[in-house]
Design a protein. Structure first.
Length: 430
């Protein structure tokens, strides 16, 4: 028996609540099971329980055995002084709080549907990352879709704290925030942090003052990256260095450390130097980064906006000063899609949330339905299952589902797993 299962049983009243009694034979009526507490302290708080006509309001603690109270050292923790009911699967000893009388205890053994526990155990022991794969036919499609929608919203909301902190550091300047957010997006996972440091070291107001000169935009970004200090010399890098030396003195700039950049296990088209060139070109072509360009453009317009090709130097270089064979240097469609998925959509969602615009929130998520389904190690797990795999709306939701439910085996907190476990046709009790 696992406590997680007992939490689920208690919260959803999947026990014989009509004949519930304490071990002393007192009648128990659960008016409200309490709010599930995921932090330190009793498992359920603000529960309302009537024991032999006496109404109690407080906490409920749940264990597999009564003796777990001592094993977990609750007798020394003041947080547990608010416990009004001890719910256990098996009662093996009386427990008390300090010098008070024994805590009223309810034993659930013999009061839980056996088939429900059997389904739960079977689900937990499936040798598959997607535990519910073979049980999905018994789940209604609307339940699957609702869970995916809920997971996607959770994914968007988890980004809120980061945006809030960034907006505060930008002194509520939304254009500065967009500039920083887009920079992180160009860095992707490997170099997102380095791009963030780069954008923080080079405020957008400085970049904006030089948007009429492509050379100066490139010089500012590459100079602040620290790459100009160590690259091999050629005519192009010398021009950048000359421009940057002047701008560095003018604005009293300090480059970030070269050690911030990650080059290992990256394909050349993902090298941070090429990504900086692409980002610089986007800033130059845009002319002035505004909220409108992020919030009020369609998927096709975003693709066109992000289809940037840096200057001709980058057709023969992946790094400053290192000549290569000719290659494509523009931002590819798949990379643009990733920027839309991981940067544009979360930013739109946050902006809509900030200004209490529910319609814009919905529209930001709808944009994901125009982007192709992502292909990665997580989404491949869902391939061939009953889960929809049509677009980025599905793939983003599935990634959240896998990371925060499936991998942690939190099936009882997922409406899909909950329905699989709850479907019981056996009256025998465990």
């Amino acid at each position: 028996m696992k406590e997680d299962f007992l939490h689920y049983v208690w919260q959803h009243r999947h026990y014989d609540f009509l004949n519930l009694k304490t071990i002393d034979g007192c009648d128990v009526n659960v008016v409200f099971p309490g709010y599930h507490n995921h932090d330190a302290g009793p498992d359920f708080q603000q529960a309302v329980v009537v024991i032999d006509d006496m109404r109690w309001v407080g906490s409920v603690e749940i264990h597999c055995r009564s003796s777990d109270w001592l094993r977990h050292n609750h007798q020394y923790d003041d947080k547990y002084k608010s416990v009004i009911l001890h719910v256990v699967y098996e009662h093996d000893m009386d427990v008390s709080i300090g010098d008070k009388e024994c805590v009223p205890t309810v034993e659930l053994k013999g009061k839980i549907p056996l088939e429900m526990f059997t389904r739960y155990e079977k689900l937990m022991n499936v040798p598959d990352m997607l535990l519910c794969r073979h049980s999905l036919p018994m789940v209604e499609p609307i339940v699957i879709q609702n869970q995916l929608s809920s997971s996607l919203i959770d994914r968007m909301q988890r980004r809120q704290d980061g945006f809030k902190l960034a907006l505060k550091s930008c002194q509520q300047d939304w254009n500065e925030l967009i500039y920083r957010v887009m920079a992180v997006g160009f860095g992707c996972k490997k170099n997102g942090t380095a791009f963030e440091l780069l954008s923080q070291s080079l405020p957008y107001r400085i970049v904006r003052a030089h948007l009429s000169s492509r050379l100066q935009v490139y010089a500012l970004l590459f100079g602040q990256s620290g790459m100009l200090d160590v690259c091999d010399k050629d005519d192009y890098t010398e021009k950048l260095r000359y421009e940057y030396d002047y701008l560095r003195y003018k604005y009293r700039l300090s480059p970030i450390g070269l050690h911030q950049w990650n080059w290992l296990r990256l394909r050349p088209q993902n090298f941070p130097s090429l990504r900086i060139a692409q980002f610089a070109q986007l800033l130059y072509e845009t002319g002035n980064l505004t909220v409108k360009q992020i919030l009020h453009t369609s998927y096709m317009q975003l693709q066109q906006w992000l289809a940037v090709v840096p200057d001709a130097y980058w057709e023969r270089h992946y790094q400053l000063g290192k000549f290569t064979e000719e290659h494509a240097s523009g931002l590819g469609r798949s990379t643009a899609d990733l920027l839309i998925i991981n940067t544009v959509v979360p930013f739109r969602f946050y902006y809509a949330d900030f200004f209490y615009d529910a319609n814009m929130q919905e529209e930001s998520l709808e944009l994901l339905k125009q982007v192709g389904y992502e292909n990665n190690k997580i989404t491949r797990v869902f391939a061939g299952s009953a889960f929809p795999c049509k677009n980025a709306y599905d793939s983003q939701a599935q990634m959240e589902l896998m990371e925060h439910y499936c991998e942690r085996k939190q099936c009882l907190n997922c409406s899909i797993g909950e329905q699989i476990v709850r479907r019981s046709g056996d009256c025998e009790n465990l």
